[in-house]
Design a protein around this ligand. Structure first.
Ligand code: CAP
Ligand code: MG
Length: 430
């Protein structure tokens, strides 16, 4: 008598229907387990199956089973009937295709690489509130990347000191100041105090420059507290809220997407903790999928790496992430990305940050182009002449790239850039 039925979830002649959700996995079977059985177990455990054959299995339930329709080396493509997935509930999707399966003894490694969402699934999500166009209109910035910086050291400033660093950043020509991912409302820098100080100096910087200035103020906490903090931001005339989306969780981001949207707040998504599951190429969840999920839920922008800075991520991966967020039609890249037609869902900005300074700006813009939020933090506060000069130097590097000039050429008539190159040159921090 058969005791398991994993092979019932494998059919390499299956042609997924247009309404089926498709997932691409990298997998390594455990010793003694064939590829087919291992792939069948992934499909079974992420859809309707369990470890043993069942005495009760109404025929109609076969229609809910996932199907492994392609196995190519260590890559399995699995299709899921749409009925498996609750409309508009990305949290439940994660429980299915990113849940128990990571712990199965039958696998030595498993990595969820990407998912193709069918239109019938996407249609239940609102996506980004503004889109890149809407953000540019809101910030009155066109034809160049939007720029920002985090006051550094990451935490420790009082609210007043924090706002002063933000003021210098804005006066150096940057559009945004950003809270660091681990700054929320600490004894030395309460959120309410920071909003007050930042609002006062934002208004001054806007008056003095005639430009729109904003900030990614970090509301990350339990959802009820995040709602209160979002209310305070909206009352104080801000147009963004920042959330550490991985540690906050998919459910919290989904709740806050609608709450912030109703308040006219764009969401800046910091991805701290993503590397716990995205960095290992053999096990975990890819950043491509996290970026796709966050656009689906509706953040306005999310960190996607620099390829040249201090944190992991290759040029190719960074460019793919930008496509996932900015394009309406994303073409498959073997073993890295699946096809995705976003069906008109609004776009989201990639955010490049981490170990950047003026000398690295051209290298980053060569990868991303103009539709980017560029964050240079240590790379302005470490400028020999201070934060404002560092921001000016970075804006000069952006101008050089747009004018097709080398930084050396530009630096001949841009003192702040010359001084930045004098300190850092083109060093790529480790
Ligand atoms: C960068 C940063 C960002 C990282 C996040 C930091 O500061 O503020 O959190 O960029 O990484 O705390 O390190 P620096 P990613 O510019 O001074 O390095 O963007 O890859 O998610
Ligand atoms: Mg940070």
């Amino acid at each position: 008598m058969a005791t398991d039925w994993y092979m019932d979830f494998v059919d390499t002649s299956h042609e997924p229907g247009k309404d089926e959700l498709i997932a691409l996995f990298y997998f390594e079977p455990a010793a003694g387990i064939s590829r087919e059985e291992a792939a069948g177990r992934i499909a079974s455990e992420s859809s309707t199956g369990t470890w043993t054959t069942l005495t009760t299995l109404p025929d109609r339930m076969k229609g809910l089973q996932a199907t492994v329709f392609e196995i190519e080396g260590n890559y399995a493509s699995i299709s899921y009937p749409l009925e498996l997935w609750e409309e508009g509930n990305a949290v439940q999707l994660m429980s299915g295709i990113a849940g128990n399966i990571f712990g199965m003894k039958a696998l030595r490694n498993l990595r969820l690489i990407d998912v193709t969402f069918p239109q019938a699934y996407i249609s239940h999500f609102r996506g980004p509130h503004f889109g890149m166009e809407g953000i540019r209109k809101m910030m009155k910035v066109h034809g160049r990347p939007l720029t920002g910086a985090v006051p550094k050291p990451k935490v420790g400033f009082s609210a007043r000191e924090h706002a002063k660093v933000a003021y210098e950043t804005w006066m150096g020509g940057f559009d945004f100041a950003k809270d660091d991912e681990n700054l929320t409302s600490t004894s030395f820098n309460r959120f309410e105090d920071r909003v007050g100080e930042m609002t006062r100096l934002r208004d001054r910087a806007e008056q003095e420059t005639g430009e729109t200035k904003s900030a990614f103020l970090n509301i990350t906490a339990d959802t009820e507290t995040m709602k209160k903090r979002a209310d305070l931001l909206a009352e104080s005339g801000w147009n963004y809220a920042m959330i550490d989306v991985v540690v906050a969780g998919t459910a919290a981001v989904a709740t806050m997407r609608d709450y912030c949207s109703d308040l006219g707040l764009a969401i800046h998504a910091h991805r701290a903790m993503h590397a716990a599951f995205s960095r290992n190429r053999k096990h975990g969840i890819s950043m491509q999928f996290l970026a796709k999920l966050m656009r689906l839920i509706g953040v306005s922008q999310i960190h996607t790496g620099t390829a040249v800075g201090k944190l992991s991520g290759t040029k190719k991966e960074v460019a793919l992430l930008a496509d996932v967020l900015r394009e309406q039609r994303v073409n498959a890249v073997p073993r890295l990305l699946l096809d995705q037609d976003w069906g008109g869902m609004k776009t989201a900005f990639p955010v490049s940050s981490g170990g950047l300074h003026p000398g690295l700006v051209p290298a980053v813009l060569d990868i991303y182009g103009c539709d980017l939020v560029l964050l240079v933090s240590g790379g302005i506060h470490g400028h020999p002449d201070g934060t404002r000069a560092g921001a000016v130097a970075t804006m000069q590097a952006v101008e050089a790239w747009r004018e097709g000039l080398s930084l050396e050429e530009k630096a001949k008539h841009s003192r702040e850039l010359a001084r930045a190159l004098g300190k850092w040159g083109y060093v790529r921090p480790k």
